[in-house]
Each structure stands twice: as C-alpha cells, then as structure tokens.
Write a protein that binds this ligand. Structure first.
Ligand code: SF4
Ligand code: F3S
Length: 386
C-alpha cells in the first residue's frame, strides 16, 4: 500500500521522496485529479518502473522532440523515462548499437511496450527515410499491431509538420493518417501529442493517464488527448488581459512589445490553437513561445498551410476594442461584416464561457469555424482498454 510519506525511498534515482511526490502533484494537476490523486499517480509510476515500457522510433524529423526531452530539468520527464520507466530503444540516445539495438527493440515489443514515434512518414518517397534498410512504412507495417499503444510525439509524427508543406515532395504524413490511409488500417488508434518540439511532460502525463485509468484518454478530432488539449491557448494566455483591453503589439520592437502586450496583430494563432503550452511550457516550465513571440499554431493539423503567413492575424477573430470587428475586417472595409458578425457571436460565446468547460469538442468546432478553418469533423472518442 502506497503511503504519502516523505521518508520513504524515492523510486526515481536522483530525486528525493519529497521531490518525487512534488512531481506526482504536478502530474495530478495535469490529469485534473488534484492533490487527492497523488497516491494513485505515485503508485502507477512505481509499478511502471518494474517493466520495460517504451520503445522510441525516429522517422522523418529533426530530433527536436528527443532534444527537448533530454534537456528538460529536474524533476524531469527525462529522469522518469530514461532512468526509471525503461526506455528500451531510442536511436538518438541509446548506448546500444547494431545487433544489440535490434534485440532491444524486438525484446521490448515482444514484452508489450508502448511505441513512441517521432517524425513523419514519407508516403510518396519511402527511400527518404530508412533504418536497417527498412522504410518508415515497412517499420510501421511490421510493428503497429505488436505495440501496446502508439503515441505520436511532436507535430511531425502527429500531422506531417513543415515537411508536409505544399508541394510536400516526400508525401510526408502523420503516423495516424498514414496508417488509416495508405497503411490500410482505418481504425488505427494513435494518440497524437503535437507541438514543435514535442513536450516530455505531455508524454509522461499521457502514460500516467493510461496507467492510472487502464484505458486510452478521450481524444479530439485530431487524435489529441482532451485532458491536455481541451483548451485554447488564447484562454490560458498571460497576455489575454491586453487583448481584451485592445492593447496590441503593432510591430516587433515597438512600445507594445516592451510592455508585453498581446501579439494577435503580429500573427499570434493562440485564438484558434489548442494546446497546454501556457501551463506546462518547456525547460522546467521556464518559458514558452508567447513569452518571446507569437504562437504559430503548431499543435494544429495543417497549420503550415492554413495558419500561414505566420505574421498575419488570424481572420475572423473579433477584437473587443474594435467593436467586435476582426483585424482583418478593419483592413478589408465593410465587405466582411456579415461573416465577422457570425464569428463575433460564436467566439463571444466562447469568451463568456458558454462553450468553454465541458464542451471542448463543440468549443473546438466553433472557434475553428469562426476562424475559417475546417471545423466539421466530429470529435472521436477513443477510450479503449489497453
Ligand atoms: Fe495571448 Fe496570442 Fe491570445 Fe494575444 S492573441 S492573448 S498573445 S494567445
Ligand atoms: Fe506551438 Fe504552443 Fe508555440 S502550439 S507555436 S508550441 S505556443
């Protein structure tokens, strides 16, 4: 029976029992369990350290997600995953090579490991990526059914990311989209944890969710866990009061920049982007994008095409200080007023909380539609046992 006793040994080397329980408290908050969830989470982690849990494959990407994981600071997801939760195979970080590395991969898959994939699948040009002479497609086909669960970390594995930008020469696709399309598995269950780079805390929180609940988390229409990606960045942002007060950065380096006013007019995509960036951040929760500049919307599928140019405001987001008109409409004159009126009504509902908590899927559809994005795909609910 697990006790909340700070004198017990810590299951994570390099962390005191107090630090370990503090980290469990952080995870409990992310999972919405509150302080009462700490013993459950601590127990789940203590159980997890007893068995190989993760295999990590790199497909077509820049290794940024691995670097982000390795450079997180204590108490860290990296400490948990690398030292304790048995990362059996990772092409960038493992000491093993050649035959030994292959045996580690095989052994962990046979034992029932979760499979974390970083990087996109080059569908049109399979030779663009290969390990041991096997393309990403070969590796997916051979191992998808063997994994206990598949988690796509980062925006490349989730959606293809910038290498999928038009004209997308390699035919880069996210893992889930490839499996469900060219891979021929229409109901392939893949958890997407997009952001660029992917975030180790998202990964650990998702694993702990599965261990605690014995099932996969509920996902939105883009395959993202709702418990992590259920809120707009705009609704969690430290600069939001300036948006409401009509205080905007007009160009980089101006007085508004120095005052840390809202970045909407210089292209911030926070009003249409769902991710936990403002809360769990990076580098030991020290900083995140909007601390320095606009959010580019990198947790959204196809952001590289639909949310560009990055320096332009998102269309059809009503700005309070402009009597509900969007920055775009001010530029276009009155032609867009009808459409913006619709957007103002819908986004206004979100702003007043009527479509906020408890209705994340509707919330997503409404705000995406207001911004002129594809909004009508129904959210999926994947909560199957593992
Ligand atoms: Fe924050 Fe961007 Fe929203 Fe402004 S537009 S409040 S900077 S998320
Ligand atoms: Fe992406 Fe979050 Fe930054 S969605 S652009 S990592 S604020």
């Amino acid at each position: 029976m697990l006790r909340i006793n700070t004198s017990d040994p810590s299951p994570v080397s390099g962390l005191s029992r107090r630090e370990f329980l503090g980290y469990c408290g952080t995870l409990a908050a992310m999972l919405g369990l509150g302080q009462a969830g700490i013993p459950t989470i601590a127990e789940a982690i203590e159980q997890a350290v007893k068995a190989p849990l993760l295999v990590w494959s790199d497909f077509q990407e820049c290794l940024g997600c691995t670097v982000a994981l390795l450079q997180s600071t204590a108490p860290t997801p990296a400490q948990l995953i690398l030292q304790q939760v048995s990362l059996a195979y990772n092409e960038a970080a493992m000491a093993a090579a050649g035959k030994q590395a292959n045996e580690n991969f095989e052994g962990a898959m046979t034992a029932g490991a979760f499979w974390v994939i970083e990087g996109s699948v080059p569908d049109k040009m399979p030779e663009a990526f290969a390990v041991n002479g096997q393309s990403a497609q070969d590796i997916l086909k051979a191992n998808f059914a063997r994994a206990k669960g598949v988690i796509a970390i980062g925006s490349c594995a989730s959606f293809g990311n910038v290498q999928a930008h038009n004209p997308n020469p390699t035919g880069a696709m996210g893992v889930r989209a490839w499996l469900r399309g060219p891979g021929g598995i229409p109901d392939a269950a893949v958890i997407n944890l997009p952001r660029c780079p992917g975030n180790g805390e998202d990964l650990v929180a998702t694993l702990v969710y599965i261990l605690v609940n014995g099932k996969l988390p509920e996902l939105d229409s883009q395959g993202r866990p709702l418990f992590l990606y259920g809120k707009l960045i705009h609704d969690q942002c430290e600069r939001r009061a300036h948006f409401e007060a009509n205080e905007f950065v007009e160009e980089f380096g101006d007085e508004g920049s120095l005052q840390r006013w809202c970045l909407f007019k210089v292209g911030c995509k926070g009003p249409v982007t769902y991710a936990p960036c403002p809360t769990n951040k990076w580098n030991g929760r020290v900083s995140w994008c909007v601390n320095a500049g606009p959010c580019t919307g990198c947790s959204e599928d196809n952001f590289w095409n639909t949310l560009t140019p990055f320096g332009q405001p998102v269309p059809n987001v009503p700005v309070p200080g402009l009597a509900g008109m969007s920055a775009q409409t001010i530029g276009l004159g009155l032609a867009g007023v009808t459409a913006v009126g619709l957007g103002a009504h819908l986004v206004g509902q979100v702003a007043t909380g009527r479509l906020g908590k408890g209705a994340p899927q509707e919330h997503e559809a409404v705000t995406r539609k207001a911004a002129g994005l594809d909004a009508d795909k129904p959210a999926e609910k994947k909560g199957g046992d593992v």
